[in-house]
Design a protein around this ligand. Sequence first.
Ligand SMILES: Cc1cc2nc3c(=O)[nH]c(=O)nc-3n(C[C@H](O)[C@H](O)[C@H](O)COP(=O)(O)OP(=O)(O)OC[C@H]3O[C@@H](n4cnc5c(N)ncnc54)[C@H](O)[C@@H]3O)c2cc1C
Length: 382
Amino acid sequence: MKINVIGGGPAGLYFALLMKARAGRHEIAVFERNPPDATFGWGVVFSDKTLSYLRDSDEPTYSEITRAFATWDNVDVVHRDERVTIRGNKFSGIARIKLLNILQARCEELGVALRFREEVADVELLRDCDLLVGADGVNSATRERYRERFEPSLSVRANKYVWYGTRRLFHGLTLTFREDAAGVFAAHSYKFDAETSTFIVECDAETWRAADFAAMSDGETRAYLGGVFSRDLGGHELLSNNSRWINFLLVRNARWQFENVALLGDALHTAHFSIGSGTKLALEDSIALARAFDETRGVTAALAEFERARKPVVEEYQRAAYESLVWFEHMKDYVHLAPLPFAFSLMTRSKKVTYENLRRRDPAFVAAYEAERMKSERGTMR
Ligand SMILES: Cc1cc2nc3c(=O)[nH]c(=O)nc-3n(C[C@H](O)[C@H](O)[C@H](O)COP(=O)(O)OP(=O)(O)OC[C@H]3O[C@@H](n4cnc5c(N)ncnc54)[C@H](O)[C@@H]3O)c2cc1C
C-alpha cells in the first residue's frame, strides 16, 4: 500500500511505524512541517503506568518510552496552603520531544520516509494513494478540507490556559490552587525528567481579563504568574517555549473516515489535558487503525472497522474529560471548601473515579475525608 500521513506528532509517527513493521513493502511517508527537533510544550503525562497496549503493539518503542519515563502514583492537591496527597493514581511522564525522537528513530529504522519541514498546504494533492491519514493535530487542515465528510463539531471553551516548564520538580501530579485579587488560578504540574516539570496554568475568562494578561508581554505574564505561585515554585522561574494563552478546543467528528481518508489523534478528538489522556488516545488510535487492517481486507473495510471499534472507547474518555473540564471551568465555586472536601470533589470530578474506587486506591485519604465530614456535620447539627 502507499500511505501518506499528514503530521508527525505521536499519532502520525506511531501509525506509520506500526504499518511499516507489519509489511516492509508498504510505501509510507509522513509529512511534518517542523524540523525533527522542534516541539512546542514540555512533558506529557500518561494516565496509566503499565501501558501494556504499547508493549503488545511494538516492543522496541515500548522499551525506549518506558525507559525514559518518570512514574509516580500520587496526586497532590494544594489548596489554602495545605497539601492533600491521594495515592493509588498511576501516572507516567515523558518529555514530548523525547517521545517524538523515539518514534522518529523507530520510523527511520523501519524505512518510513520522514519528510520534515514540509507543510502540506493542499491536502487533496496527497490523496493520490491507497490511504491518506490526517494526523495533523487539533487545528487539522485535513479535517477542514473535508469538513462535509467528517462533520466536525468544535467547541472553544471559556477557560484560558498556558503551558510552561519549570526547574522546580513536582513529584506526582500536583494540582495547585491560588487566589489573588483577579480570581482563582490552577496549576497542573508534574516532573517529566530529572530536571524539568510541566507547569500548566489555567484560569477562567473573568480572572484573565481582571489580571489584564492581554496587555502583558510573555516576560510580564511569567513574572505575574510566578508571583501567584511563588510559594509553590520555590524560587524557580517559569520557562517559556513559545508559550501563550489559549482556549481549549473540544473536537468531535460525526464521521471518522470516508473513501481512503481517516483522521487520527487530536485531529479527530480532544480530551481536556486535566485527565492526561491526549497522547495515550492518539497512540491507541494508531494501534486501532493498524489492527483494523489485520482484521479486514481492503482500505474501505479497515476504515469502517476502525470507526466501529474505536469510536465508543474514545467517546467514553471524552465524557470523563468533559466532566473534568467543566469542573475546572467552575473551580471558583469550589474554593470555599476546606482542603479535604475540595480534594475529594476534585478527585471524583470526572465520575470515572467513584467513592469506592477512591477508597480502594487510598483508604487513608477516604477515612480522613469521612472523619472531617462527620465532624462538620456534627458542628452544623449543634
Ligand atoms: C497544554 C496542553 C497540555 C497537554 N498535556 C498532555 C498530557 O499531559 N498528556 C497527554 O497525553 N496529552 C497532553 N496534551 C495533548 C497532547 O499534546 C495531544 O493530545 C497529542 O499531542 C496528540 O497527538 P497528535 O499526533 O494527534 O497531534 P500533535 O501532537 O498536535 O501532532 C500534529 C503534528 O502535525 C503537524 N502538522 C499540522 N498541520 C500540518 C500540515 N499542514 N503540514 C504538515 N504538518 C502539519 C504539527 O506540526 C504536529 O507536529 C496536552 C495538550 C496541551 C495543549
